[in-house]
Design a protein around this ligand. Sequence first.
Ligand SMILES: Nc1ncnc2c1ncn2[C@@H]1O[C@H](COP(=O)(O)OP(=O)(O)OP(=O)(O)O)[C@@H](O)[C@H]1O
Ligand SMILES: [Mg+2]
Length: 283
Amino acid sequence: MPIIELKDVTKTFGRVNALRGISVKIEAGEVHCLLGDNGAGKSTLIKILSGVHRPSQGTYEFEGKPVELRSPREALDLGIATVFQDLAMLPLMSITRNFFLGREPQKKLGPVAVFDSRTASSITNDELKKIGITLRDPDQAVGTLSGGERQAVAIARAVYFGARVLILDEPTSALGVKEAAVVLKYIVQAKTKGIGVIFITHNVHHAWAVGDTFTVLNRGTSYGTFKKADVTRERLLQMMAGGEELEELAVELELIAKRDSPEAGKLEQQVAKVLEDEAGESH
Ligand SMILES: Nc1ncnc2c1ncn2[C@@H]1O[C@H](COP(=O)(O)OP(=O)(O)OP(=O)(O)O)[C@@H](O)[C@H]1O
Ligand SMILES: [Mg+2]
């Protein structure tokens, strides 16, 4: 049984159809990549999954039972953890404070409960060590970490607090090649722990490197969900770019080229040829 199943979900904002008829299943121990161009509906979909938005139509099932999540807190209580692109971290606070954000261990100091910083620091140190990061000092400010390391802290935090589903919105988009590779490694580590990982990205190469399943969104609708064995990286790239749209553009450019003088039309003709070839390959 999938951990999460969305059936025929639609989301409208006023007159904008952000999502139409989306059905997806999130399985345990699998990396499910969500691909699509700008405005395709990726963030809207993960906001539904993480309890920020409610579907306008359709059903959300968690372990086979329909649920209506009213807040991200409710999603988190079910074990659905989301690492948003901006990470929601406080750069001037320590790594430890960021690791526990809102869930700090406490100890009694006489009649009052206070933040147990020693326990917190040692847990943070241990958990990060498990995924291969050795901290010089867990009390250093999180702002001193690189982008990749911050993603690592966010992922380690979700794993530590028992996430069943981990949603990562563009975790590699702001990173260099080496750092992205490290984050991809954490994604695979989370998956081997049996977590269902939803990995949103624009980068087909990153998706292909770690993905088991791929869903491609285009203007609010789904091109479908594909297992790795049933699709190629090139095909995913073409779906993201919107094969038919490229074809239409090629025809349009050709018309322009014909209308104008042969000299002026040369470049357009060349462009049209390239686009035609690309679109042709997608059929
Ligand atoms: N709160 C909102 N109110 C109105 N329209 C919205 C809202 N949120 C999203 N949309 C619209 O829904 C569509 C899908 O947006 P969404 O942010 O989900 O795309 P995306 O795939 O995440 O794009 P990007 O790659 O740029 O992040 C867009 O047309 C967007 O303008
Ligand atoms: Mg987005």
